[in-house]
Design a protein. Structure first.
Length: 344
């Protein structure tokens, strides 16, 4: 593989900073399974407070947050409503079917978001022929929607319909803090209409491991049972939880830099003849664009990589670039230099 100068493949490629590593090194630890790890306990309290929920649970990954939440909310044979692009549909190894026995009904709408009418139309009548519609799912920001931010009034509208029909509600907040920084709306206000919500420490926040799922005390008690059952309970996990603590203290406000870099990248790309992109749609740290030139996505990504710039092919003619704390403004200019040579 050629040397990578600018890695825009994902915000998961970040490496812990020297300061974060030092903080992790010095973390106080204990047996997490016995709830005796002070750093894990602290991180859980921080996340519960941040999201305005009674309790939170540290887990090895965002995927486990999603899958455990599905299993707590649903019984096998139940149905969840999620946008067609939602992470559990595409990137969790069939987890909803394999682990929760849940049917997914995929909703449509621009930029990874559906509306209240789509929810109302998808909720099943009470019939023993049909799956029971049990859960509504929102991804904030929407990854395949180009990092789009769900506005609070849209969230209120879709969750109102859900609650009127007795559905539970779940917020996949892998990049919730990007939405918080870009919109100025507090995390707890984003999370308030949801029964469960989580944040990932390994995306823009730049920690090496972990995510935390929040909800009511009863919800978290059930989630703990499943964490244990699925082998997600750990021992001296404070050493990794410390990365999350550090990130919440030091890596939230700086997400604004990632958003500015993404906007700059989008404006540069939009000026190229081979690119289809409206930079005004770039709200956070994800830039998704279409290719209009000779190269398909695989060839374009390979040609960019040969020039030291890594992006991801998301479809036959769709490319994704993601900004994060290991990419600075000068690297964005170098990425644009490469793009000018390739995306003609
Ligand atoms: C990355 C991601 C996840 C899964 O998180 P992991 O920590 O990688 O398991 C879930 N949902 C969305 C929207 C994501 O981007």
């Amino acid at each position: 593989m050629p040397a990578i100068d600018v890695d825009l493949y994902s915000d998961t490629v970040t490496r812990p900073t020297r300061e974060m590593r030092r903080f992790m090194c010095e973390a106080e630890v204990g047996d997490e399974q016995k709830q005796e790890d002070p750093t894990v306990n602290l991180l859980q309290e921080m996340v519960a407070d941040l999201l305005g929920k009674e309790a939170a649970l540290f887990l090895p990954s965002g995927t486990m947050c999603n899958e455990i939440a599905l299993r707590v909310h649903c019984r096998p044979g139940d149905e969840m409503l999620a946008h067609r692009t939602a992470h559990p549909i595409h990137y969790e190894g069939g987890g909803p079917a394999a682990l929760a026995g849940v049917n997914v009904s995929a909703l449509d709408g621009p930029r990874g978001q559906y509306d209240a009418d789509a929810v109302a139309a998808a909720i099943r009548p009470d019939s023993r022929y049909m799956p029971r519609t049990r859960l509504l799912w929102v991804e904030q920001t929407s990854n395949l929607g180009g990092g789009s931010i769900w506005a609070l009034d849209r969230i209120a509208a879709v969750t109102d319909v859900a609650r009127r029909h007795g559905l539970r509600t779940h917020l996949d907040g892998a990049r919730l803090m990007n939405a918080v920084v870009a919109s100025g709306v507090a995390a707890r206000d984003h999370a308030a209409p949801f029964d469960s919500a989580w944040i990932d420490f390994t995306k823009g926040l730049g920690a090496p491991v972990g995510a935390a799922l929040a909800g009511s005390r009863d919800f978290i008690a059930e989630a703990w049972r499943l964490k244990q059952q699925m082998g997600g309970a750990m021992r001296q996990a404070g050493i990794i939880a410390a990365g999350g603590v550090f990130a919440l203290h030091h890596h939230v406000k700086r997400l604004a830099e990632d958003h500015a870099n993404a906007r700059r990248l989008a404006e540069g790309l939009a000026g190229l003849p081979g690119v289809g992109l409206d930079p005004a749609t770039v709200e956070t740290n994800i830039v998704i664009f279409e290719l209009r030139g000779a190269l398909d996505a695989g060839a374009a990504v390979a040609a960019l990589l040969a020039r030291g710039v890594r992006m991801g092919a998301m479809g036959p003619r769709t490319v994704r670039a993601v900004t994060h704390l290991d990419v600075d403004a000068a690297q964005i200019e170098r990425a644009l230099d490469a793009a000018r040579a390739v995306l003609v």
